[in-house]
Design a protein around this ligand. Structure first.
Ligand SMILES: NC(=O)c1ccc[n+]([C@@H]2O[C@H](COP(=O)([O-])OP(=O)(O)OC[C@H]3O[C@@H](n4cnc5c(N)ncnc54)[C@H](O)[C@@H]3O)[C@@H](O)[C@H]2O)c1
Length: 293
């Protein structure tokens, strides 16, 4: 079994939700940490709580959509510890209204989502992988995608498209490392519904990416249904447990629930049989389905 004690983990989006859960779990394994987030105060709060348990934690405020900032994060990690063994490209946001049609999705929403959800992952790969390959030996990369990167149809198109693209980039990373027989493993973490701060992503929208007329709201009835589904979600610590197991097992696709399998199946069946798709809608999921494992 892979011994994580003493190894170095870098987590982006570590101030909240799944990233925080990963940081806590890695600290409990005895790993040394570099935690990054765009939000300073919540990041320092997480780091302070972990240091109080005896963990070694470095922090760096980082906007993952900025290539130079992610490069500086890698510099910081190697300067602090001389190695990086586990990299979690986890930071992500859901922009704007979720339940409006694509033609009402603003260019600013597209820009923000692709910048964080896709380019954040790409920047992590570019800044860390060459150095992880050069350092040699075992390492593992976890890219947080989403079931939104597997299914399709209506709802949050700028989020879904960025997550589909981030999964494609992660599959390329997996294939390129496998082709050279690399000891670096890769996991595409595809959570279903998890109770986190993602529904409040607007707290991190850059002022330069606010659409003219402001950010649109959602239909209250759709949001009510969505909150019901959210309430049945996994907790971040459950996801963190699954991630540690996936790292140990070198598992590539880590899909935390079977609730979205019918959406994946429908899309693939339609493509392979050349028929038109009938995409299921997330708002039709029952609470039991949301939980399904
Ligand atoms: N919660 C879910 O149901 C769910 C489902 C599938 C996938 N995900 C993915 O999980 C990941 C973590 O999200 P979460 O649900 O824990 O949400 P969260 O909002 O609780 O945490 C996201 C963290 O990322 C940080 N962040 C936002 N923009 C950033 C940027 N530009 N640079 C650096 N940090 C930034 C935020 O400050 C926050 O601390 C995301 O990639 C998200 O898309 C979440």
């Amino acid at each position: 079994m892979i011994e994580l004690r003493g190894k170095v983990a870098v987590v982006t989006g570590a101030a909240s939700g799944i990233g925080r859960g990963l940081a806590e779990r890695f600290a409990a394994e005895g790993m040394r940490l570099v935690l990054a987030d765009i939000q300073h105060d919540p990041l320092e709060a997480v780091a302070g709580a972990l240091r109080a348990t005896g963990a070694q934690v470095e922090t760096q405020v980082t906007d993952v959509s900025d290539a130079a900032a992610v490069q500086a994060l890698a510099d910081r990690a190697w300067a602090a510890y001389g190695a990086v063994h586990v990299l979690c490209n986890n930071a992500g946001i859901v922009p704007g209204a979720r339940f409006r049609p694509i033609w009402e999705t603003s260019p600013q929403d597209w820009h923000w989502s692709l910048g964080v959800n896709l380019m954040g992952v790409v920047h992590g790969i570019q800044s860390f992988i060459p150095r992880m390959r050069a350092q040699g030996g075992w390492a593992h990369v976890v890219n947080t995608i989403s079931v939104a990167g597997l299914v399709s149809g209506t709802n949050s198109p700028a989020y879904g498209a960025a997550k589909h693209a981030a999964l494609r980039a992660t599959e390329a990373l997996y294939a390129d490392l496998a082709a050279e027989g690399s000891p670096i493993g890769v996991t595409a973490l595809c959570p279903g519904v998890v109770s986190t701060g993602i529904g409040n992503s607007e707290r991190n929208r850059p002022a330069t990416l606010v659409p003219a007329g402001g950010v649109q709201g959602d239909d209250p009835a759709a949001m009510e249904k969505y909150r019901g589904i959210k309430a049945a979600g996994l907790m971040p610590e459950d996801v963190a447990d699954m991630v540690v197991q996936a790292i140990r097992d070198r598992q590539f696709y880590l899909v935390t629930t079977t609730a979205f399998d019918r959406g994946v199946q429908e899309r693939m069946d339609a493509i392979l049989t050349r028929r038109n798709p009938q995409f299921p809608d997330i708002l039709t999921l029952s609470q039991e389905e949301t939980h399904a494992r």
